[in-house]
Write a protein that binds this ligand. Structure first.
Ligand code: FAD
Length: 448
């Protein structure tokens, strides 16, 4: 079976335009031969797991973080920088294999926004963090009516997720959101930040505080992980083998490359995003973030206005969805989509936003990123099914910024206490359908 590994020379995203001094860092010229915990992956999942393992710990374990390419060069550095759950997602909520409710999910996500803000403030991370409102806009009238019906039923039933949401009807949707052709909109809570800066600065803090116990190694792909007879794991890399008591897989889209039972369970899929810059900043500034649903024939784009007046916009998936090999089961983030697909971003702001017609807005960058898609839409968190001393958090689909932080805290607790998902998830409010298990692997096989 072909290896699933991050490819060389990935496209450059806007978020990677200011590389951190640790981008190519190696704590030591050689890999340590042994350690307590190896974390594979240095995206949001890997670094926040390390943070929770090391933070406020008087006896921190020896941790090695392995990264196949540069620091945080995967999906976390290629996304929309946007942390929210869409109203249509709440409205279509399916708990998968669990019994947690839609309100458990809403509380979980709101808790993550609080915790992100807390870490940004405590660790003094300069990552353009903003607590915001967000618009979910429908351009299709039937879809907006359908969502309004579900929203009204959920609101009547007292569902907590509706309490932080709000509906804007067709009379005012265009005026309030500035989106041309808006038939209706919901508003909700969101936050945004520069994910690469959050992760790289948090790692820098950890390395400064835990220089004896944390070892970070870039450009070191793990090629396989095997178990040894004494219960520890052998992590084989391009630069030698590390023997570790415990392993955490924070490898998202690439997880099946190291844990074969995740083939067809976590599938790499390509997505596209862009950065658009007006000639001069437009006033009034766009304070909210956006998801624009262009209707059933098309799909939804996500938009994150930046504090300097530019904007990150991603999506356009309907332009390539019929060309399945170009995105599905494809982990090549070095090859751009076809020029006809990338054209989606030309004149995007002028076409869609009132007040931007004369903005002279131009595309600065277009890039590709790889998501880890799961059949039921939920991540896999917990002990690797059937394997001792190995844990994982992966398969965050298109929404990891709103899902990862507390899952990482849960995994760190499992690693520290040598326990499983069911032992810690409830106490931290992690929805039970995030738990990975043999049953979930069986149920998911072949479904797509
Ligand atoms: C185009 C795009 C737009 C998105 N927009 C949003 C958004 O607006 N909001 C949102 O919430 N989510 C969004 N997402 C999803 C979000 O980016 C992911 O869910 C999240 O970043 C996953 O974080 P992670 O740390 O699990 O994975 P990654 O950030 O991908 O980190 C995994 C790391 O593991 C490394 N790795 C993999 N295999 C190995 C190996 N064998 N050895 C060593 N290292 C390895 C990789 O190089 C990578 O650095 C988007 C994703 C994409 C691609």
């Amino acid at each position: 079976m072909a290896q699933i590994l991050p490819v060389p020379n990935p496209t450059k995203s806007y978020w990677l335009s200011e590389p951190h001094r640790l981008a190519k860092f190696r704590s030591t010229p050689d890999l340590p031969a042994t350690c307590d915990v190896v974390i594979i992956g240095s995206g949001m999942a890997g670094i926040t797991t390390a943070y929770h393992l090391l933070h406020s710990n008087n006896h921190p374990p020896n941790v090695v973080i392995l990264e196949a390419r540069d620091l945080c060069s995967g999906a976390t550095a290629r996304n929309g920088g946007h942390c929210k759950v869409k109203v249509p997602t709440f409205a279509g909520f399916k708990p998968g294999s669990g019994s947690s409710t839609v309100d458990d999910m809403a509380s979980y996500v709101h808790g993550i926004m609080d915790s992100l803000k807390q870490i940004v403030e405590e660790e003094n991370l300069d990552c353009e963090f903003e607590l915001r409102r967000t618009f979910d806009i429908q351009l299709d009238r039937d879809e907006s009516k359908r969502l309004k019906r579900v929203y009204d039923e959920s609101s009547k039933a007292g569902n907590v997720w509706t309490k932080t949401a709000d509906y804007i009807d067709e009379r005012f949707a265009g005026q309030i959101t500035s989106i041309k052709g808006a038939k209706a909109a919901f508003t909700g809570p969101a936050c945004s930040f520069w994910p690469y800066k959050f992760v790289s600065q948090l790692l820098a803090r950890l390395l400064a505080q835990h220089s004896q116990s944390l070892n970070f190694q870039t450009t070191t792909p793990a090629t396989s992980v095997t178990s040894s007879e004494d219960g520890s794991s052998l992590i084989h890399t391009s630069r030698g083998t590390i023997k570790a008591q415990k392993v955490v897989f924070a490898t998202n889209a690439y997880t099946a490359g190291l844990i074969p039972q995740f083939h067809d369970i976590i599938t790499p899929v390509r997505g596209m995003a862009s950065h658009i810059v007006p000639k001069e900043p437009i006033h009034p500034h766009l304070s909210n973030t956006y998801n624009i649903d262009f209707g059933p024939e098309k799909g939804t784009d996500y938009l994150n206005p930046r504090p300097d007046g530019s904007i990150v916009v991603g999506g356009g998936a309907w332009l390539f969805s019929s060309d399945r090999p170009s995105w599905f089961n494809n982990f090549d983030d070095a090859t751009p989509f076809r020029p006809q697909v990338e054209q989606h971003w030309e004149g995007y702001m002028q076409r869609n936003f009132r007040g931007w017609e004369e903005s002279g807005a131009e595309v600065d960058k277009v890039w590709v990123g790889i998501m880890g898609r799961t059949p039921d839409g939920w991540p896999h968190v917990g002990r690797v099914p059937g394997v001792k001393n190995q844990w994982m958090l992966a398969g965050f689909n298109g929404g990891g910024m709103a899902l990862i932080l507390t899952a990482a805290k849960a995994v760190a607790k499992m690693v520290k206490e040598d326990t499983g998902f069911e032992d810690v998830a409830g106490g931290l409010g992690v929805p039970d359908f995030f738990g990975t298990s043999e049953e979930r692997l069986q149920a998911g096989n072949g479904v797509e």
